[in-house]
Design a protein around this ligand. Structure first.
Ligand SMILES: O=C(O)CCC(=O)C(=O)O
Ligand SMILES: [Fe+2]
Length: 380
């Protein structure tokens, strides 16, 4: 869409990276007003309990079906997976086949990137000509208004699949090879998981894989959360659900911060070394007609320590439309979600996120927003 002169005039000025801001702040300082997302001490969840999210052994889950049941069997693991998908929408995966050294390397490469001087990082900026925002690259998320509440986080966002659409000019040398390897390995994990999820819904094993399409797109997001002088006021990432189909994460195992919302309460998501974290996205919630959940989650900040995470967002071909799987619908199970075009849905995420709203509400046939508690952050 063309910009009008008026829009140009009102376009917000690019912001300094949070890492620079954090470097200038002293301990005990306040954060700038634009990062204040909640009132100090009004958060009953300041001492969130650890979420007892299921841990799935992928090797066991995928072992050839036998009649065996009970502890340690594939059926037992599938039962745990079902409960993970229907209740939390996220789970930890062990025995996934991704080398521990590769997981360490991806976090280390990310740390190396963010430790570089600003001029180096700016070579991968997400601002064209220093002003027009594009999704890919290094910087903040899109800032579309002066009163948007900002996150205490810098990020590097890169398209990794389809491979021929990689914009390698934006890929820092320090993480090029490691990102390529990591994506390859995570894609294998995703391809092993999706048939198991389809089976749980009695869909064809390849249903979800086929839904992704040949032109499915995958983006990597490297999140860097600098220490924040006021964790009680600012979020690393505001509450949101992922617009993806499924997201695979490797998170800093030395610093917590990710929290998930369940039944109106926030829980800390535990981080275990060399475990992958899987988070379902909205596209999966829509296709499973709400049987599988795309969880609302957020990241809280830490006063002393930096934190890193690397996320791979797997998404359906943007040119496709998605809707609840026909096999799940009958007169007793009406569709709860509308048909949506993936490209438009994903674009809607950023618009909604910047306003503290959930894009999934736009896909629901019945308005359930009044039941979604505790989502809004406050503008003070
Ligand atoms: O940093 C994390 O643990 C979560 C990041 C996240 O939710 C996201 O990038 O969408
Ligand atoms: Fe997320």
């Amino acid at each position: 869409m063309e910009r009008t002169g008026e829009e140009e005039a009102h376009r917000p000025v690019p912001l300094p990276p949070v890492q620079e801001l954090a470097g200038r702040q002293g301990a005990g300082d306040d954060v700038p007003a634009r990062y204040v997302a909640r009132r100090a001490h009004d958060d009953a969840d300041a001492t969130a309990a650890a979420a007892p999210v299921p841990v799935i052994d992928l090797g066991r889950l995928c072992q050839p079906a036998t009649t065996a049941s009970g502890e340690g069997s594939a059926a037992d693991e599938a039962g745990r997976l079902r409960s993970a998908l229907q209740s939390w929408g996220l789970f930890l995966v062990t025995n996934h086949g991704v080398e521990a050294s590769l997981m360490d390397a991806v976090i280390e490469a990310s740390r190396e990137f963010f430790r570089q001087p600003l001029e180096e990082k700016q070579k991968h900026t997400n601002l064209i000509d220093g002003k027009h925002f594009q999704l890919e690259g290094y910087g903040n998320d899109r800032v579309s208004s002066e009163d948007q509440v900002l996150d205490w986080c810098d990020r590097l966002y890169l398209k990794v699949e389809p491979q021929e659409e990689r914009n390698l000019a934006l890929w820092p040398t320090c993480l090029r090879d490691v990102l390529h390897e990591f994506t390859k390995e995570c894609t294998r994990v995703k391809d092993r998981l999706l048939p198991e999820m389809a089976k749980l819904l009695e869909l064809d094993d390849d249903y979800f894989v086929n839904q992704l399409g040949d032109k499915a797109d995958t983006h990597a997001r490297f999140n860097y959360y600098p220490p924040c002088p006021r964790p009680d006021l600012a979020f690393g990432l505001k509450p949101h659900s992922d617009a993806s189909f499924i997201s695979l994460l490797v998170v800093d195992d030395s610093v917590g911060g990710l929290q998930v919302l369940r039944d109106g309460a926030w829980y800390d998501v535990p981080a275990r070394p060399h475990t992958l974290l899987i988070n379902l996205g909205d596209q999966m919630e829509i296709m499973s007609d709400g049987i599988f959940k795309s969880p609302v989650h957020r990241v809280v900040t830490n006063a002393e320590k930096e934190r890193l995470s690397v996320v791979l967002f797997y998404s359906v071909d943007p040119e496709r439309e998605i809707q609840p799987a026909a096999k799940l619908i009958d007169e007793n199970h009406p569709p709860l979600y509308k048909k949506v075009k993936v490209k438009e849905y994903v674009a809607g995420l950023y618009e909604h996120f910047s306003q503290g709203k959930m894009v999934i509400e736009t896909a629901k046939i019945y308005d359930t927003s009044m039941y979604v508690e505790n989502l809004q952050y406050v503008k003070c």
